[in-house]
Design a protein around this ligand. Structure first.
Ligand code: KIV
Ligand code: ZN
Length: 521
């Protein structure tokens, strides 16, 4: 039996970072990155991983199939629209999982019925047929009435009843446009539980978007009313203002267990590592004051707060940094730290390395420690993220960069790039060192993508701090993000830019590079 039933006092965590999260413009992730994130989510104890939308592209199909094959404990779910083709393709991908799930949906509000040109009866018939079809393939079927919070209550009850009768085992109630309000969110679940026959035999899920900043509150209110599955993403990644953030609901359920007496199976110490990983691969840095995972979430600036913290941490902290995987003591590493200390430190941060991996990371660590006196936890996390982003088979790679800058312009960049295995050199000028470097990249790899975002964050404090640079490029309406960290901001910039270009190359399909490059020299 693959159905996932929570124990009485449990709430299931359904993570959709790889599907709804990846839908945010520019958050496209590579195949390898998706696999890595899925494996971390599985390890963290996520009950259901929505791994993608298999019909959307061959890449999505391959990613969902492979995540399904590699899955250990989590249920692996794929999304499909309300038609047999989508559902069959979804099943082909998820069926490899030990515990597969098909998720199918249709927009049920008046606005969506208009778009699909289905009247109420025709839509009910479609729901019956598609959910029955899915259930014939898989005994774990989730159904969602998209835009549920703007669907007439009588009609919502009717479609939910239809889906349950057709075999849906989970009914998800999406607040697709982030329109609802906590009390309303709770009332909606309570209304469905009371009015729909068979509602007590299935699980209700809540799926909230954050357009009015109420996603987490709306999800928790739904739980209070009887929902037993929360759909969420790491860092709240998702379309527009994003989704309910996994770290927020999980920590809220833990800290306020007095009023929300439900538990999750999440190992919260993995939260910080995943948050950083998702920020890096999606190119969406976490805002400093973000709840739970923001850089300032455990920082205490004012004298009164610092004094209180020294006397009793609980004065100003409702959770402990170590609960989310932030080491309590920020033990500083340096160039005299040995391999064993590095292994212990990385293990504390949630990275368990084999001997070969450790050897490789140790070399990088030594190089960093040579340039930077003190290596903090955040530096090590940036180093690990960098290693996972650094694809040795990438089409474009920064080999060498030398920049001349200062008060006397124009600034100049001498750059060697490896392009498809062939090294090319150019000398370019620009308005500042980053501009000169980007001009050099463009001269070596000509393209029409527009730079939409260039952002620099210092990983730690001090003039020798590593910089994390995020770059976002847009081409023909598609956005590609890249990120990189280095103690040299210009090197990090070059690598982040090249990283984004590599994603563009992958997107444009290997082999069709001539269409992408207007004139590479
Ligand atoms: O927000 C939404 O309605 C969705 C559905 C596909 C579940 O993401
Ligand atoms: Zn959504």
């Amino acid at each position: 039996m693959t159905q996932t039933t929570p124990k009485q006092d449990h709430v299931l965590i359904f993570d959709t970072t790889l599907r709804d999260g990846e839908q945010s413009p520019g958050a496209t992730m590579s195949h390898a990155e998706k696999l890595e994130i899925a494996s971390l989510l599985d390890e963290m104890g996520v009950d259901i991983i929505e791994a993608g939308f298999p019909i959307a592209s061959e890449g999505d199909f391959q990613a969902v199939s492979e995540i399904a094959k590699n899955s250990r404990n989590s249920v692996i779910c794929g999304l499909s629209r309300a038609n047999f083709n989508d559902i069959d393709r979804c099943w082909e991908a998820v069926k490899h999982a030990a515990r597969p799930r098909i998720h199918t949906f249709i927009g049920t509000s008046p606005l969506h019925r208009d778009i699909t040109a289905l009247d109420q009866d025709a839509m009910v018939a479609r729901i019956h047929d598609t959910v029955s079809h899915a259930r014939n393939l898989c005994d774990n079927v989730q159904w969602s009435p998209m835009d549920a919070t703007r669907t007439e209550h009588d009609y919502l009850c009717r479609v939910v009843e239809t889906a349950i009768k057709a075999g849906a085992t989970t009914i998800n109630i999406p607040d697709t446009v982030g329109y609802t309000y906590p009390r309303e969110s709770a009332d909606l679940i309570a209304m469905l539980l009371e009015r729909v026959p068979g509602a007590d035999e299935i699980i209700f899920a809540t799926h909230c978007h954050n357009d009015l900043g109420m996603a987490t509150a709306n999800s928790l209110a739904a739980v209070e009313a009887g929902a037993r599955q929360i759909e969420c993403t790491i860092n709240g990644l998702g379309e527009r203002a994003g989704n309910t953030a996994l770290e927020e609901v999980v920590m809220a359920l833990r800290v306020r267990n007095d009023i929300l007496p439900y538990r999750t199976g999440i190992d919260t110490t993995k939260i910080m590592g995943l948050s950083r990983m998702v920020a890096a691969v999606s190119g969406f840095p976490v805002q400093f004051n973000k709840a739970v995972v923001g850089k300032n979430a455990f920082a205490h600036e004012s004298g009164i707060h610092q004094d209180g913290m020294l006397k009793n941490k609980e004065t100003f902290e409702i959770m402990r940094p170590e609960d989310i995987g932030l080491a309590a003591t920020n033990l500083v590493m340096g160039k005299h730290s040995g391999r064993a200390a590095l292994r212990a430190k990385l293990s504390e941060l949630g990275y368990e390395l084999g001997d070969n991996q450790l050897k490789d990371v140790f070399v990088r660590f030594k190089a960093l420690a040579d340039r930077k006196k003190e290596v903090y936890d955040d530096d090590l996390i940036a180093l690990m993220t960098e290693a996972s982003l650094n694809d040795e088979d990438a089409y474009l790679q920064v080999r060498k960069l030398r920049v001349i800058c200062g008060t006397e312009g124009p600034q100049e960049a001498e750059l060697t790039l490896s392009i498809g295995g062939v090294e090319k050199f150019v000398d370019a000028t620009g308005d500042g060192p980053v501009d000169a470097t980007f001009n050099a990249v463009k001269m070596l790899f000509a393209h029409d993508a527009k730079l939409e975002l260039y952002q620099v964050h210092a990983v730690t404090e001090g003039t020798d701090a590593q910089a994390t640079v995020s770059v976002r490029l847009a081409l023909d309406g598609v956005v590609f993000s890249g990120q990189s960290s280095d103690t040299d901001t210009v090197v990090a910039s070059a690598k982040a830019y090249v990283n984004a270009l590599n994603r563009m190359v992958v997107h444009r399909h290997r082999g069709n590079l001539s269409a992408l490059m207007s004139s590479a020299s």
